[in-house]
Design a protein around this ligand. Structure first.
Ligand SMILES: C[S@@+](CC[C@H](N)C(=O)[O-])C[C@H]1O[C@@H](n2cnc3c(N)ncnc32)[C@H](O)[C@@H]1O
Length: 355
């Protein structure tokens, strides 16, 4: 899969000019949240972004029809992450837009034109990110790069629904494409986004510029401190840990919550974290145990795609549409491990800690 980012110098005049003109040209091309959802037959943009791979797959037979209009072509390239013949690209998209896409390396040109980024329209803005999958060739191929910068997706939308602006200084931890920081920016005095992935920080900076929003984005981990901010939001990376080498990564729900429990906060600050927690049998207050007496509240979030109920673990069957596993083989392995470790259920929680 083509990677975007390394060669993009956002301070060069050519790139800055193309960044400033991207949104007006995408709009002129008819590409926005309504048209993208309509083109792919989704209820609305949230439904489309939440289940983008499914909609990409479902529209396989319609590609020839999609690429006849500019909104269909842009949806195909940047939401379906599909490729197109060069002559179609040239005849359907306006020259100004093509120059911008090419200046920003958003497409790779050959006999066929391939997208190098995803573009997700949401909240009147546009978010560039890595593609979560690509539809080049016969079937969608998932992007397995370890430093993948996620498009706004199911967990981003759940988190956005659960949090609202409180004024003051906002810190978006694990900012990714900058989605939470930028969609919440209007309700805060200032916005900072941090991420340990330098490519995420590049995408977030570009997205702030593309959408004309202010924001300070930099490479850092939440372990470096949260002090000085009034509101901290964190859509934490979270899937049930696997035992296969390299798959669980260093961050489990437990390690994130324990670290947050030790963190110094500004008086009156609020930290809100969306986290997926494996709850051991007989220990329903596991988050309180990890926080070791620190004052907090926990709310179970209504997001069935991030839950594995107790009955599923007992019966050995993952509910349809669960996003915590990658297909049947992985589901079997995850269920066996949850069962073996005495996990009763897996639940998405909104953890709030006050300074
Ligand atoms: C689930 S994604 C959320 C992305 C974005 N906030 C959203 O909602 O669309 C989690 C992000 O956290 C970042 N991350 C992982 N560990 C981190 C850490 N220790 N400190 C800061 N960011 C971290 C990852 O690189 C990733 O971009």
């Amino acid at each position: 899969m083509i990677r975007w980012g390394a060669d993009v110098d956002i301070d060069s005049p050519d790139i800055a000019g193309a960044i400033a003109r991207l949104v007006p040209c995408l709009r002129e091309g008819g590409f926005d949240e309504r048209s993208a959802a309509r083109v792919l037959g989704a209820r609305d943009i949230d439904d489309l972004l939440r289940r983008s791979a499914l909609y990409a797959l479902g529209s396989y037979g319609r590609v020839a029809e999609l690429v006849r209009t500019s909104e269909g072509m842009l949806t195909h390239l940047f939401v379906r992450n599909g490729d197109v013949e060069r002559h179609q690209y040239t005849s359907v998209l306006g020259r100004d837009l093509r120059v911008i896409l090419e200046t920003l390396d958003m497409v790779e040109l050959g006999d066929r034109v391939r997208p190098t980024v995803s573009v997700s329209p949401h909240s009147g803005m546009y978010f560039l990110s890595d593609p979560l999958f690509s539809c080049v060739g016969e079937r969608p191929v998932m992007n397995l790069n370890p430093d993948l910068v996620m498009p706004p997706h199911a967990s981003s939308l759940v988190m956005r629904r659960e949090v609202s602006g409180r004024g003051g200084r906002l810190l978006d931890v694990g900012t990714g494409s900058g989605f939470l920081a930028l969609t919440m920016a209007a309700d805060h005095e200032s916005v900072t986004g941090i991420d340990i992935n330098p490519r995420a920080v590049l995408f977030a900076k570009v997205n702030a510029l593309v959408n004309g929003r202010a924001g300070d984005f930099r490479v850092a981990g939440f372990e470096d401190g949260l002090d000085g901010h009034d509101h901290v939001v964190f859509n934490a990376p979270g899937r049930p840990p696997r035992d296969r080498a390299g798959e669980s990564g260093p961050f489990t729900a437990e390690s994130i919550v324990r670290e947050l429990g030790r963190t110094r906060l500004k008086a009156g600050a609020l930290v809100q974290v969306l986290i997926i927690v494996p709850v051991p049998r007989g220990r329903p207050d596991i988050v309180a145990e990890w926080l070791d007496g620190r004052d907090h509240t926990v709310t179970e979030v209504d997001a069935p795609m991030f839950a594995i109920p107790a009955t599923a673990i007992v019966k050995g069957r993952i509910p349809a549409r669960c996003l915590l596993v990658d297909g049947p083989d992985d589901a079997g392995q995850v269920l066996r491990q949850l069962h073996g470790k005495g996990i009763d259920r897996v639940v998405p929680l909104l953890l709030s800690i006050r300074g």
